[in-house]
Design a binder for this molecule. Structure first.
Ligand code: SF4
Length: 335
């Protein structure tokens, strides 16, 4: 097992109250796997990533739970240990490559600085040589390492950010919306590159995105979050063919398909995500769910296995409530 998260709880504690950004989040990622963490903006997916790296922006705080990486609990590491751990074990490709690089420093200086900080045995020349090798690995001309970020296109900046994340040979890579603001063809190239790096270097990949089609192309498994909680998780193929949770059904039915007839409208999920300062009681999806019953308002459904490796958190999936219109599958959202 590479990463194991148990009952993770992260709050942003503010004067107005506690924003319950992540609650009861439990999942495991096998070594070498490629997993997509998916959901609408504000569902807690980036918060999970920042908690894994212990880089939560203030006033974010881990309020409970465990984050085990190869058996060690990141949530309880002291500051020195976490500084050593970050980038050498788990690294992150941040959102917004356009602005993530320092515009007044050469790209090579920014990358070698990270290498030299984490590996005191490495000389400056060796760090430069390693940067050249990594440039080749991500399909860039190594002679461009001394260029400034403004001399790079959006796609090249994103590749440079991936090089920076790989600078200290991490075993686990988190990519947070790595294709935001890139055009579609460059998006496809970046996703192919991440998948290739994961396969060739044996790096475990966690891809954070709101775009399910990106997950379908890149990942083997998917975790779907809604309002700070996991609502469904399992193999990509299985969840795309047979989603159980009404939110997952809506998400998947809303993906445009060339097989659908032209006059068939795309499904949409009515309403908007809840305010996590005061989330709904019971199932957090109940104000938007057409199958909601009294029990959904009273009792929060737990994440239970519906088939081997496939889990969903819904009272319909566990049989506690029944509805003749509901069944597993994406067509339900279109009815
Ligand atoms: Fe809808 Fe109830 Fe299932 Fe929540 S538990 S998704 S409200 S049916």
């Amino acid at each position: 097992m590479s990463l194991k998260i148990e009952d993770l709880k992260v709050y942003y504690c503010m004067r107005r109250g506690d924003c319950r950004a992540v609650e009861d989040v439990t999942f495991e990622i096998e070594k070498g796997d490629a997993v997509g963490l998916v959901g609408e903006s504000g569902c807690g997916k980036s918060t999970v990533a920042f908690a894994i790296l212990r880089m939560l922006p203030s006033p974010g705080e881990i309020m409970g739970g465990h984050i085990y990486f190869e058996g060690e609990d990141i949530a309880t590491m002291d500051d020195d240990a976490i500084r050593e751990f970050r980038w050498t074990q788990i690294a992150m490709v941040f959102q917004g490559a356009m602005n993530a690089l320092n515009p007044i420093l050469r790209v090579s200086d920014q990358i070698t600085e990270a290498m030299l900080k984490h590996n005191r045995e490495l000389s400056k020349d060796e760090a430069i040589e390693k940067t050249r090798e990594l440039f080749k690995l991500v399909g860039m001309d190594p002679d461009r390492i001394n260029h400034y970020p403004f001399e790079f296109s959006g796609g090249m900046k994103q590749r440079a950010m991936i090089v920076m994340a790989l600078a200290c040979d991490p075993k686990f890579l988190i990519a947070d919306e790595p294709t935001t603001a890139l055009d579609v063809t460059v998006q496809a190239q970046i996703m192919q590159l991440l998948r290739r790096l994961s396969d060739e270097l044996g790096i475990t990949l966690m891809l954070i995105t709101h775009d399910l089609s990106v997950v379908a192309e890149t990942c083997r498994n998917v975790i779907i979050m809604y309002a700070g909680k996991i609502v469904e998780t399992g193999a990509v193929v299985e969840i795309f063919q047979k989603p159980w949770h009404p939110y997952a059904q809506g998400l998947i039915a809303s993906i445009p398909s060339i097989e659908r007839s032209r006059d068939q409208t795309l499904a949409s999920i009515p309403g908007s995500p809840p305010n996590l300062l005061d989330p709904p009681q019971g199932c957090r999806f109940h104000p938007r769910c057409k199958f909601a019953r009294d029990l959904c308002i009273k009792e929060d459904p737990v994440l239970l296995e519906v088939s081997p490796g496939h889990k969903a958190a819904c009272h319909l999936a566990t049989g506690k409530i029944k509805d003749s219109k509901w069944r597993p599958g994406k067509e339900v959202a279109l009815l």
